[in-house]
Write a protein that binds this ligand. Structure first.
Ligand SMILES: [Zn+2]
Length: 168
């Protein structure tokens, strides 16, 4: 059976910390099927990686792309750098779950939130459904920020935590 893609002759860094080793990589149905010397193996598409490194996708653990991924779902600028996974919800800030009070605060406090075409979600699951329906070019690992998950401690008019509510 022919591979869908065959990456030939690259220096493979497998992500285990082992030194790079020369190997071919056969891909079928979007998954790595074989790694090794695959001389003569048929493929629908062959990529010559001689003199190049081949590595698993990188994980960017601090992106703040919660809304950016909705505005630019392909994340092409990340993918072109080898980043295939974004961790979102950093620094206590995530766009879900969201109450009506926090929605208003977030759109005022965070200018980039206003770039989203629409905020048609309330729960985190609805946010992820919206993202999936919009299409997404990288894997997403989401954190739920303490900002939206604790709206009672925020004064929606000043954007500051209120002393009386911080003790809750
Ligand atoms: Zn941050």
């Amino acid at each position: 059976m022919a591979f869908d893609i065959l990456i030939r002759g690259g220096n493979v860094l497998d992500g285990t910390g082992s030194p790079a080793r020369a190997a071919d990589i056969g891909i079928q149905r979007g998954r790595i099927a074989r790694v090794g010397k695959l001389t003569g193996a048929p493929a629908h598409r062959t990529i010559d990686a001689k003199g190049l490194f081949v590595a698993p996708g990188f994980i960017d653990i601090h992106t703040h792309s919660d809304i950016g991924i909705l505005v630019e779902p392909t994340a092409e600028c990340a993918v072109r750098q080898g980043v295939t996974t974004h961790v979102i919800g950093n620094c206590g800030d995530s766009p879900a779950p969201i109450s009506e009070g926090y929605r208003e605060l977030a759109t005022r406090r965070f200018e980039y939130y206003a770039q989203a075409r629409e905020w048609d979600w309330t729960t985190y699951g609805e946010y992820l459904d919206f993202m999936e329906a919009n299409g997404v070019g990288v894997n997403i690992a989401g954190l739920v920020g303490h900002g939206p998950s604790g709206p009672p401690s925020w004064d929606s008019t000043s954007g500051r935590q209120t002393a009386g509510r911080c003790g809750r």
